[in-house]
Write a protein that binds this ligand. Sequence first.
Ligand SMILES: Cc1cc2nc3c(=O)[nH]c(=O)nc-3n(C[C@H](O)[C@H](O)[C@H](O)COP(=O)(O)OP(=O)(O)OC[C@H]3O[C@@H](n4cnc5c(N)ncnc54)[C@H](O)[C@@H]3O)c2cc1C
Length: 376
Amino acid sequence: MLPITIWESESFFSPRDYIIIGSGFTGLWSAYYLKKRHPDRSVMILERGTIPGGASTRNAGFACFGSFTELMADIKQMGSKEMLELVDMRFRGLKKIRSLFGKQRIDYESTGGYELISREQYPDINVLRTQIDQLNQQLKKITGKQKTFQLSDSKIKQFGLGGSGHLIENSLEGQLHSGKLCAALLQKVQSMGVTLLTNTEIQKLEINANAVELQTNLPVTLKAGKVLICTNAFAKTLLPDLDIKPARGQILLTSPIKGLKIIGGFHYEEGFYYFRNLGSRVLLGGARNKFLKEEETFSAITSSPVQENLEKFLKEIVLPGVQYTIDQRWAGIMAVGEEKKPIIKKVNDRVYCAVRLSGMGVALAPQIAKMVAGMM
Ligand SMILES: Cc1cc2nc3c(=O)[nH]c(=O)nc-3n(C[C@H](O)[C@H](O)[C@H](O)COP(=O)(O)OP(=O)(O)OC[C@H]3O[C@@H](n4cnc5c(N)ncnc54)[C@H](O)[C@@H]3O)c2cc1C
């Protein structure tokens, strides 16, 4: 890049009140809430990719707040109170998305969510029924529904699913177009006066008495009164002490299928496998639980063992006896840690972070952003 002129340093690169690093869902929603709270303050987002390069445009587009077995596992790991707090944030997040953009603009479809459960997992259906009832009791005050989850075994045949087991339905879930949501959010914040610099990688932060100085790959040091780090899986570059590990998620997409029976978003094995219809195609992702060590990587390239596992699952469980080809494969990097909760933190008087959104960031990001904007 050529040396920076005075015109450029006093406009595009001028100091801002707030700089947000990362233009995924968390960065974009944070810009939205900061600007709502402080319309007169300047907000700029910095993104190292040409477009958001993390999980937000490489995910599966589930608008979900937790499958039955996933929430049961969360109760075991973190207790009911924290599980309910997370569900509440996701539920509110989905409401916010729908109310801000409407359904059409982001291809939001209230198709319902389903979870396929093997008979080995629940050999006694009465145990399953009792647990569903107990969880529904706890969720009632969040969703407003008596039965957030209900058994819908008869639909297994309707959807043409293979294998034997149970199907749990959650009519409150849906699916959306992640690229369109990101683009709509970006348009929204730009209309509020937020600026965005792409191809700008932040390499180091230095805090002095009056500002944070951000060293970048550009021949310019940027300055902000306060900085918010929203780089999710990549946050350790700037904040090495955080408990964050990368977790690659892999996806495949079939060709269009005539008379496709699968409609909605489906989960399997505590959400480690997930599939949905995308028009008349099937999008399937996951299998990370079978390759945990290998998938702890920043490399967003698909691997044969995971893709072969997904293809087997597709053939045996999702589309038994159906003809299709695989049209696309991709991977994205999410963030996980010892705890499932995101990290929302004031690092010091000038630096904040909202990271580690794990596998349900579509729904979680609006509330996380609202909370961190409130702290700043
Ligand atoms: C395969 C896959 C499937 C998923 N499916 C779903 C789903 O169906 N539903 C759901 O709710 N969630 C899903 N998720 C999770 C969801 O996508 C994430 O939780 C969410 O996108 C996280 O958003 P974020 O903004 O926090 O992080 P990201 O989207 O990862 O954004 C971080 C941004 O920071 C940028 N960045 C990083 N380092 C720097 C730097 N030094 N300087 C400048 N910029 C930097 C990156 O380029 C990136 O754009 C999935 C994730 C994956 C990987």
